[in-house]
Ligand binder design. Sequence first.
Ligand code: FES
Length: 339
Amino acid sequence: MKITVEPFHHEFECEDGETLLKAALRQGLFIRYGCKHGGCGTCKSRLLDGDIDEPPSTFCLSPAEREDDWFLPCVSTPTDDCTIDIGSMGISQEEFLAGDQSREYETRIEINEPLTKDIRRLRLRIVDEDEMKFTAGQFANIQVPGTQHWRPYSMANSPEEKNFLEFIVKIFPEGRFSKLLEDRLNTGDRLQVHGPYGELRIRLSHRNIIMVAGGSGLAPLLSMLNRLAEKGNERPVQFFFGARTNDDLYYIKEIEAVVQTMPVLEFIPVLSDSWPGDWRGETGLVTEALARHRESYRNCDAYLCGPPPMIDAATSLLLERGVRPRNVYFDAFYPATSD
Ligand code: FES
């Protein structure tokens, strides 16, 4: 079957029974992807012409999107010549033709330390000669040592920091990787990392930026904040960071350092369960703080990261208050409910 990819007018061949994503990657082309099994929505594309076989339902596509011919190339096989549009992925023709830049890297643990009682900082040095070129907001998979299991974590550092990858890891009592990190992994131990993946990234626009992080969901937003600061960003940014108690807030000094270099950034910490007597931040749920802060969020781009219920609640509120649906961005790979 012949597949034509718009907006690049590029054609490639897909074998019988082969998924569109697999065929594209096999032929050295790049289509953005994450999980490769219909679970993250990263590869979402539009079918302009032709026919495909696709699984009857994945939670990554709404009925309205299906109606509108959106589909997932990672689980769809063409049954006819097709034309697909990947324009919404925001990749350039150069990136598309350069093929998949994600690969496996050998790394060594530089820092493995607690940030709160159940969140750790993991800093890795890439041992390979190549650095990983990623965009602020992306994630990588870390292999659980001695197994074939991989766990996705967003990079927390700026991509400008060559040869280093930094992650924020939530510890779960039964966590395959997180418990190992807490109990057994030490400085100098080696870890295999595969990446980069994901489509969460700063979109160019003139709109104000709203960022909302909950729990361990700080990593990609911190990376994006650092990148914005490095680029001399002048768009106003409001950054809400929700946690239960003061002890659950972390990286406050790092965030305040970004505020110093990027004065358009307003940092709003929010505590939901208890707070010190001299607390100067917001209280309640992070969505309640969002609601109190502004009547209208028209002309804003929103970037969200945290537990899915927080993302759902924040998205509803922001849409009610004027953010356009296409200007709300979050990483579906970032549930804080598993390891
Ligand atoms: Fe297609 Fe995750 S890569 S849905």
